[in-house]
Design a protein around this ligand. Structure first.
Ligand SMILES: [Zn+2]
Ligand SMILES: [Zn+2]
Length: 207
């Protein structure tokens, strides 16, 4: 991949990701590299207007970069989340199902002992202000390191063929019998002959 307009905080399109996400972190850098790799791999086969779909196997920072760069979002139904807790991102064309699976290599990140120790202290609420500052510095450096790493050291890329997910759902709404709020009919639950939204159904007894 080519990074243009380099600066201390990374290329221009990385800055867009950072402003959407709210901060710079290693996770965002991973998502950025994954999305760039996916887009570059698909660009030669990509027809204009053909819809891209992203399947993400975590819901961490990196997914924000995927949304900014690929334009795949929950609202359009072309961002699919699978709760696998893995840094794996699959990008493919909805029509052809042809795509690429981008997965983080084991050991690619190589966190240092100091970084790990500080993270543990912060999680336990035991870090001093100074230690928090040091952690932030290490975090930024790790993010930059990820931006600069050779792609093949960071990820494994594999060609895949995927069956597309359903398009964004559009369906008539029906008022819930308890709160009265319009709810997608397929999401209502029946209790004693009445239909409730999931929130209200949780408060109603009975089969
Ligand atoms: Zn983050
Ligand atoms: Zn309700």
């Amino acid at each position: 991949m080519t990074i243009t307009k380099r600066s201390a905080m990374g290329p221009e399109d990385f800055k867009r990701c950072a402003s959407f996400h709210g901060h710079i972190c290693p996770g965002l850098a991973i998502g950025y590299r994954a999305a760039r790799a996916g887009l570059e791999k698909l660009s030669d086969q990509r027809a204009l207007d053909e819809e891209l779909v992203a399947v993400v196997e975590n819901k961490a920072c990196g997914v924000d970069a995927v949304q900014v760069l690929t334009g795949c979002t929950f609202g359009k139904g072309n961002l699919v989340y699978r709760d696998h807790g893995k840094h794996v991102f699959t990008f493919f064309h909805r029509d052809s199902g042809k795509g690429v699976r981008v997965s983080l290599r084991a050991g690619a990140l190589n966190w240092g002992d100091e970084h790990r120790l500080l993270l543990r202290k912060i999680r336990k609420g035991e870090a001093t202000m100074e230690e928090r500052g040091r952690f932030q510095t290490l975090h930024l450096l790790k993010g930059e390191e990820i931006l600069e790493m050779p792609l093949e050291d960071l990820f494994e890329l594999r060609d895949v063929r995927v069956s597309p997910p359903p398009k964004a759902e559009i369906e008539a709404s029906v008022p819930c019998d308890a709160c009265g709020e319009p709810t997608m009919a397929s999401r209502l639950e029946e209790r004693n002959g009445k239909r409730f939204c999931k929130e209200c159904a949780g408060r109603v007894k009975g089969p």
